[in-house]
Design a protein around this ligand. Structure first.
Ligand SMILES: [Zn+2]
Length: 210
């Protein structure tokens, strides 16, 4: 009996040991995901991941957004490409799985107010690199796939007087897209990071009262 117990505990020890060697804990999955993303800037080819961006991504992937993104990314084999832009004007936009960013978030906050009187409740003074990237993930293909969200087509069909058909930009659809990025991505991260939520995008408090 004692001999059997010894054998069982030895086997258990061996299997637990091999498990810990082969398994990847959540931090290890985050590292793998970050390493599989691409990093570039507009002037040169590949660069490494800047430390500040790595910290922002780690925080974001530990938030309630993270697990879905990591699982979906490995299912689809899709990753983000982060492009560091030189000018603040070009920062914090996204297309497909590419996200354009700038490391100077406080400079960005000053810069956006040159042309834009921020609506009440935007709370953009509480933005961080991670909250801004969380928002942009809401505009990416991988972000949508991670939460089973449909693509919102920003062009709608319009009939011409001649009877033909053309496509025009729909303000309503663009607004839907922005509100979704705030509600389902940016504010989920803000809530996790314990900073005030974003309540406005275009007009005072339009996120909660469209
Ligand atoms: Zn947006």
């Amino acid at each position: 009996m004692l001999k059997n117990l010894c054998i069982i505990s030895i086997l258990l020890f061996i299997s637990m040991n091999s498990y810990s060697k082969d398994s990847c804990d959540y931090q290890c999955e985050i590292d793998q995901f970050i390493n599989n993303c691409k990093y570039s800037n507009l002037d040169s080819d590949l660069i490494g991941v800047p430390d500040r961006l790595r910290f922002a991504l780690e925080s974001l992937l530990y938030s309630p957004l993270g697990a879905n993104i990591i699982i979906t990314s490995s299912e689809l084999g899709e990753y983000f490409e982060f492009t560091q832009v030189a000018h603040l004007d070009d920062a914090f936009t996204a297309e497909e799985n590419q996200i354009y960013y700038h490391l100077d978030v406080s400079g960005w906050y000053v810069h956006i107010q040159i042309d834009w009187e921020l609506p009440l409740g935007s709370n953009l003074e509480f933005s961080s690199l991670a909250s801004l990237i969380a928002h942009e993930i809401g505009h990416t293909a991988l972000g949508r796939a991670s939460f089973n969200l449909p693509e919102i087509e920003s062009f709608v069909e319009a009939r011409l007087e001649t009877g033909g058909v053309t496509y025009i930009y729909s303000r309503e659809r663009i607004q839907q897209e922005e509100f979704r990025a705030v509600r389902l991505f940016e504010n989920i991260y803000r809530s996790y990071a314990n900073v005030p939520l974003r309540y406005a995008y275009y007009k005072d408090f339009d996120i909660i009262n469209p």
